[in-house]
Design a binder for this molecule. Structure first.
Ligand code: PLP
Length: 465
């Protein structure tokens, strides 16, 4: 899918001093503070196709997809050209009020076309967190403007990840991230984590579903439906550990929302844009038409920061019809909401994905990826392999020890380090090795990932003896 062949791995002449400058001056997102000042960061300097190269000149197969986001591969000439052309033509102008840009108008119409039902109104943001946060603000405004200001509580789930702003971090439910920050808890509620693994679960999928639905019903009754604005949910929980809910979960939770006049916000920041073989999975895969869909990451294949919340006409029309007559301004948005260069990149990305049938490719290679990864379950240090199409994880454990214990986390870090040594980047989280490769990955590259994972697991298993 990439016409030009490019050699990467040249390295940078000032590699050592870059590492030193990074260690001295950068406060990395999600950094381990115990290594502040001494960390030796991997500085990624070049990338092409599904490979990246660091500043020392070492190359790696990128099984992380940047960060769930690089879909059509690195260095795609059409995306690069779209970015450059828009920057030359008009790099930036305010998106506020009644001002817009050509790429934003084009992209909004394309997104309306790609989303199900009457989701036709797009508010652009700067990324996933700002899009989730905007969705909650829209839900709040929607109910407040209809005289139901009490409806402002938000339902999320344990193990969810919705972003790094204060509100979206409050919505997130990963215990590892719940550190010294004081998150909003008066009106944010976490339902049970909905993952279901048929390989390891002691109960049937139907029993698990019943339990989850009953839990949500109890939570709604306890809080009071008259106080709840929305339910925010990733179709498959991504960075919380690639947790796949039991069949029927999405329909059942949507039905509960409908019955209780709670808006359903589908966070498709990871699951959207082809990772599961569809532009959006809510309806295509899970049979639900949400009130709002949030997207980011794969929207631009990670080439530019951009997010969007796509809202139903029903909600958008209500916002307009019931707006405060004295102050009808919807006061939400950012300087770089729908940045023209980012929107032009997304337009090119969608055109490439459609033309090359990238989703069709994922529907073919995705099941092969999961099938091959599942072979790794024969290792004694693999507790589980979970996933769907091109989002997956390998859960590591010291045999007989369950969960993200300190020893299990250390073991996963060791597997991760062996992978890196062998030229494969996977993403460590607790005792998991998470994978979300670019969608253009071939079967041969899947085999390389599985081979390196198998060797790394064998080395780590040997170290335990
Ligand atoms: N929602 C989900 C499901 C995510 O995985 C992420 C980021 O990983 C976000 C929201 C936040 O997106 P961003 O980091 O672009 O703000």
């Amino acid at each position: 899918m990439l016409p030009d062949v490019k050699h990467i791995g040249h390295g940078l002449p000032d590699h050592d001093s870059l590492v030193a400058r990074d260690a001295r001056h950068v406060l990395h997102p999600w950094a381990d503070l115990s290594t502040l000042g001494t960390q030796e960061s991997l500085i990624i300097a070049e990338a092409h196709g599904i490979e990246v190269a660091d500043s020392a000149g070492r190359t790696y197969l990128d099984a992380i997809g940047g960060m769930w986001c690089v879909t059509v591969g690195y260095g795609h000439p059409e995306l690069v050209e779209a970015m450059a052309a828009q920057a030359r033509k008009m790099a930036y102008f305010t998106p506020f009020g009644d001002v817009s840009s050509e790429p934003a108008a084009r992209l909004a119409a394309m997104l309306a076309d790609l989303t199900p039902g009457d989701l036709n109104r797009v508010q652009f943001t700067t990324g996933g967190s700002t899009a989730v946060e905007s969705a909650v603000r829209i839900a709040h405004y929607y109910f407040a403007s209809r005289g139901q200001a009490a409806k402002r509580h938000v339902l999320s789930r344990v193990n969810a990840y919705h972003g790094g702003t204060y509100l979206t971090a409050s919505l997130s439910g990963k215990s590892a991230d719940r550190t010294l920050f004081q998150y909003e808890s008066d009106w944010v509620h976490h339902l049970e984590s909905p993952g279901y693994d048929p390989d390891t679960s002691p109960v049937s999928a139907a029993e698990r579903l019943d339990g989850l639905v009953a839990g949500m019903e109890r939570a709604i009754a306890g809080i009071g439906a008259e106080n709840i604005a929305c339910f925010v949910a990733e179709p498959i929980l991504a960075s919380g550990g690639v947790l796949v809910p039991p069949p029927g979960y999405h329909e059942a939770t949507l039905e509960l929302c409908r019955r209780n006049d709670i808006l359903y916000v589908s966070d498709e920041v990871v699951t959207g844009f082809g990772r599961l073989g569809h532009f959006f999975t809510s309806e295509a895969k899970f049979g639900v038409v949400p009130d709002m869909i949030v997207t980011a990451k794969g929207l631009t294949s990670g080439y530019q920061p951009l997010g969007a919340v796509i809202v139903s006409d029903r909600i958008a029309e209500s916002l307009a019809a019931n707006a405060d007559r004295d102050k009808p301004v919807f006061s939400n948005g950012f300087t770089y909401s729908g940045h023209p260069v980012a929107c032009a990149t997304a337009v090119a990305n969608i055109e490439v994905m459609r033309r090359d049938d990238v989703c069709g490719h994922v529907l073919d290679v995705g099941p092969y990826f999961i099938r091959r990864l599942r072979e790794l379950r024969s290792s004694s240090i693999v507790a589980a392999v979970r996933g769907d199409h091109l989002m997956a994880c390998v859960e590591c454990h010291v045999p007989g020890e369950d969960g993200p214990t300190a020893r299990n986390q250390a073991l996963a870090r060791r597997v991760d380090a062996y992978c890196e040594e062998a030229g494969l980047l996977v993403r460590p989280y607790e005792n998991l090795c998470i994978m979300s490769p670019p969608l253009i990955i071939t079967r041969g590259e899947v085999d390389r990932i599985v081979d390196i994972m198998a060797d790394s697991l064998a080395r780590a298993e040997h170290d335990l003896r």
